[in-house]
Design a protein around this ligand. Structure first.
Ligand SMILES: Cc1ncc(C[n+]2csc(CCOP(=O)(O)OP(=O)(O)O)c2C)c(N)n1
Length: 842
């Protein structure tokens, strides 16, 4: 038996032989044996002054080898082998863990070392083998394992057994790629400590009760609605207790709000049993009732929900939201991210302590490896292991504020949907599934056998839930209508209350506000003497200041006026997209960079007023799909914010097409969910190649509304009603004043509507494309049409309707030809909703 610490072992061998011992240790031991302190080892790079070449010492040192006993060598080697074995289990144990409930993936594998008859699997231990004869030998445990609990040494047989139980049973964890030793040790401790994951009888009963609800819900639906698609959870019923456990644990650790993105599978079950959405509302969706409110609705397994309730386990309040999502799997993930980020922002929760997000679908593991997040694969047929992993995951989030993935390996008892026949394509798997006992039955029997519950209790819990379902079913039959609003994932409490639904607030502002914002926006940082800005920026600021002094604004100033005045009114403004801080066309420059101090920046729009709302401007990554989804999610959280996403060039929006089609254009119609998100899409033929010339306004116009000929009834509210009734507003503007008004109008509207703004390029610098302060002061408003002031209506022969920058091209040409009296140029600043109105007025 050997009970020395590793330092002692090295020491022992070091004084006997220097061969194989690192030179600094050799020097340390040699000198300390002689009562001296540490001295540096001889240099390997050739002898220095007063040094003897290392090679010349070797014959003398070798002399010591004669005394090395072979036993000591073996002890050291064996200990190193044990250490390597432990590490192998931690790094590769998951490769053989029995996480597949059907056992198809690992048919040739058994679960424990006993079943493996003592031989550790080759996939795990690749080289450091010990013999059967070593099994009873006791080994000192390294500090990188916690399997010993209070014991610092264990027999090899026991070491292997405990490693198998920790890493190769029903939990397979991938975590050794994480860079932090602290985080690796944290996970090792959670999994390896003797008794880890053991649950009390009460906890086991809670799992059973939750499993009963999960299974009971699907069973009930399958009996009542035999031919309906519901994308049931059968085969993964444990998802419900798992989600509830994550929520319980997270609430206990301080989380107040959880936002979920779910695919179709098990969604209804989650709404019913995790969010506790009233069953009557869920069952009513099966009845195909007419809606009592606006919107087209969507299939039931796409709908979202929002619920605020007391968590009975933790006695704390919790807000749960499931985001509505389209069929397009996973695209809701970025929306959930953005919505969560916004919640964190408004709650001042920079570290994500109070918010949590959960996604449920496949293919997350690879992403997790990239972001250094641990991945827990767990067998869905072992409820207690699943719950153990859920606890670890929730604690991990609370401790390190980092992502974590739980991969519940399960099966699907029915086909893709309940009407599909899976035997067509997966005969062997489904033969096996048919023979596999449902988890509820298995776990009930297990708990009965262990004396945790009685058969009568099991039956009682089942019957009670059945009764709840039956009662709700009876109530649902009495319903005559469904309400789409019951399925909103982001209710804006208070926003609509007491508002005239068709009254737009003023968008013009006081001249002194324009001047104040203009001055700040045109000034260098207050400590300009120390904060060295680029000469080019100095010139830009000076030019801006000249414009302010002349009471005119270019595009960048018009925008800044909108942002600044909204922030003054308490509206948070957020702008994101590639290079938006300076602007793709280098015209915006919201973030000024110190020319000699790295990362020192100054953003004038953040320093307009001491009590202004916050301004966020951030250059984004190059995934339009993800970023646009994120900004949409952000915009859903609070209607009192102007959230803008700007594409580098308008055509780049096509990589985010799914977010545009499935969420932005159709979101309100399907899910009664409003968003005031602004998309700024650079548009115009200006020498950047054919693709970057067009932001494809025709596509956006096509998706404005389902009936292009629909025209609201004549009334004073006509123009607001048009905006209210369309899917989004499309505009191609020609003046800074109009961009100022349209951005402010996003907030002044009594509802929220996405705005698709064709963004100019050459107009950003065109001296004639400037607006006077007179067009932005109080009493002014957005101009949907800008008539031609110069042309005389009595003489005009031709009226040209145009929009955007071509107005300036036409005007230049017309004026050069002196045709002001022949041709009138009318600008349609807001398209889509406009032409009929123009026709009427003319
Ligand atoms: C982006 C996208 N591509 C294709 C589909 C079509 N589709 C619907 S469900 C599904 C399979 C999903 O598999 P999984 O997440 O494992 O869940 P399962 O339905 O098998 O339980 C596919 C490909 C989709 N919904 N979304």
């Amino acid at each position: 038996m050997l009970d020395q610490s590793p330092t002692k072992i090295v020491y022992k061998v070091a004084i006997q032989s220097t061969v194989g011992v690192e030179l600094s240790w050799d020097s340390f031991f040699r000198n300390s044996a002689q009562g001296q302190g540490y001295q540096p080892p001889p240099s390997l790079g050739g002898p220095g002054k007063n040094e003897v070449a290392l090679t010349s010492l070797l014959p003398t040192l070798r002399g010591g080898i004669a005394g090395v006993s072979t036993l000591d060598d073996k002890i050291i080697e064996d200990h190193l082998a044990v250490q390597a074995i432990i590490r192998s289990y931690q790094a590769r144990g998951h490769l053989v863990a029995k996480v597949d409930p059907l056992g198809i993936m690992y048919q040739d594998r058994s679960t424990t070392i006993t079943e493996r008859q003592g031989s550790p699997p080759d996939e795990v231990i690749r080289q450091h083998k010990l013999n059967d004869t070593d099994m009873e030998r006791v080994f000192k445990l390294p500090s990188t394992t916690f399997i010993g609990g209070k014991d610092s040494s264990l027999p090899l047989k026991e070491i292997l057994k405990r490693l198998e139980l920790s890493y190769c049973r029903h939990i397979g964890v991938e975590f050794m790629f994480i860079n932090s030793l602290e985080q690796c040790n944290w996970i090792r401790k959670k999994l390896e400590s003797p008794g880890a994951g053991q649950l009390t009888n009460d906890q086991k009963r809670l799992i059973l009760a939750r499993l009963t609800r999960a299974a009971g819900f699907e069973g009930f639906l399958s009996r009542k609605y035999t031919s309906e698609k519901r994308f049931g959870l059968e085969g993964c019923e444990i998802l419900i207790p798992a989600m509830k456990q994550v929520i319980d644990k997270s609430t206990e650790l301080g989380v107040e709000s959880i936002i979920m993105g779910l695919a179709h599978r098990g969604r209804l079950n989650c709404l019913a049993n995790v969010c506790r959405k009233p069953l009557v509302q869920i069952f009513s969706q099966f009845a195909g009732l007419e809606a009592a409110d606006e919107g087209s609705g969507d299939v039931k397994y796409h709908l979202g929900t929002y619920i605020e309730r007391l968590n009975r386990v933790t006695n704390k309040n919790i807000r749960l939201a499931v985001c509505a999502n389209p069929s397009h799997l996973e695209c809701v993930s970025s929306v959930v991210q953005g919505k969560t980020r916004a919640e964190q922002f408004y709650r001042g929760d920079g570290e994500g302590k109070k918010e949590n997000k959960m996604y449920f679908t496949d293919s997350f593991a690879d992403v997790a490896r990239v972001v250094n997040a641990p991945i827990f694969h767990v067998n869905s047929d072992d409820p207690e292991s699943v719950i153990h992993v859920c606890n670890i995951a929730a604690e991990w989030r609370a401790t390190f504020k980092k992502d974590v993935v739980i991969d519940i390996v399960c099966y699907r008892r029915n086909g893709h949907n309940e009407n599909d026949e899976p035997m067509f394509t997966q005969p062997l798997m489904y033969t096996k599934i048919k023979k596999t006992e449902p988890i509820l039955e298995k776990y009930s029997q297990q708990l009965i056998a262990d004396g945790v519950v009685t058969p009568a209790e099991v039956q009682d819990v089942k019957e009670k839930y059945e009764k709840i379902c039956e009662d709700a079913f009876a109530s649902a039959r009495k319903e005559t209508h469904v309400k789409h609003k019951d399925w909103l994932d982001s209710p804006w409490s208070g926003f609509f209350e007491g508002k005239d639904p068709l009254k737009v607030g003023p968008t013009g502002i006081k001249e002194e506000t324009l001047v104040h914002i203009g001055n700040r926006f045109s000034s260098p940082p207050p400590n300009a003497a120390e904060f060295l800005i680029h000469k080019g920026i100095e010139r830009i600021l000076k030019a801006r200041m000249d414009m302010i002094n002349n009471r005119v604004a270019d595009w960048a100033i018009g925008e800044a006026f909108a942002y600044g005045s909204l922030m003054k009114e308490g509206i948070h403004v957020r702008l994101s997209g590639q290079d938006v801080e300076r602007g793709t066309f280098s015209h915006r420059h919201h973030v000024l960079h110190h020319q000699t101090v790295d990362k020192a920046t100054y953003n004038p729009l953040c320093h307009l007023y001491p009590d202004q709302a916050q301004y966020t401007v951030c250059n984004s990554s190059l995934s339009e799909y993800a970023v646009l989804g994120f900004e949409l999610g952000y915009s859903m959280t609070n209607p009192n914010a102007l959230v803008i996403w700007e594409a580098q060039f308008g055509d780049f929006s096509n990589t985010a097409q799914c977010i545009i089609d499935q969420f932005i254009s159709s979101g309100q119609a399907k899910w009664v969910r409003q968003s005031g998100l602004v998309l700024q899409l650079p548009h115009g033929m200006e020498g950047m190649g054919p693709e970057h010339s067009s932001a494809r306004p025709e596509r956006f116009l096509q998706m404005c509304s389902d009936d292009p000929d629909y025209f609201p009834p004549e009334s004073d509210d006509f123009s607001v009603r048009q905006l209210h009734d369309c899917n989004w507003i499309v505009a191609n503007l020609s003046t800074p004043a109009n961009v100022f008004h349209i951005l402010r109008r996003q907030i002044a509207l009594p509802f929220r509507k996405p705005l698709i703004l064709m963004y100019p390029k050459s107009l950003l610098r065109l001296p004639t494309a400037r607006s006077s302060f007179d067009e932005m002061v109080e009493g002014t408003e957005f101009k949907r049409i800008i008539p031609d002031d110069e042309a005389d209506p009595a003489k005009v022969k031709k009226v040209v309707f145009c929009c955007g920058k071509v107005y300036y091209d036409f005007k230049k040409e017309r004026d050069a030809k002196n045709m002001q009296n022949d041709v009138a140029l009318v600008r349609l600043e807001q398209s889509g909703t406009c032409p009929k109105e123009v026709k009427k007025k003319n």
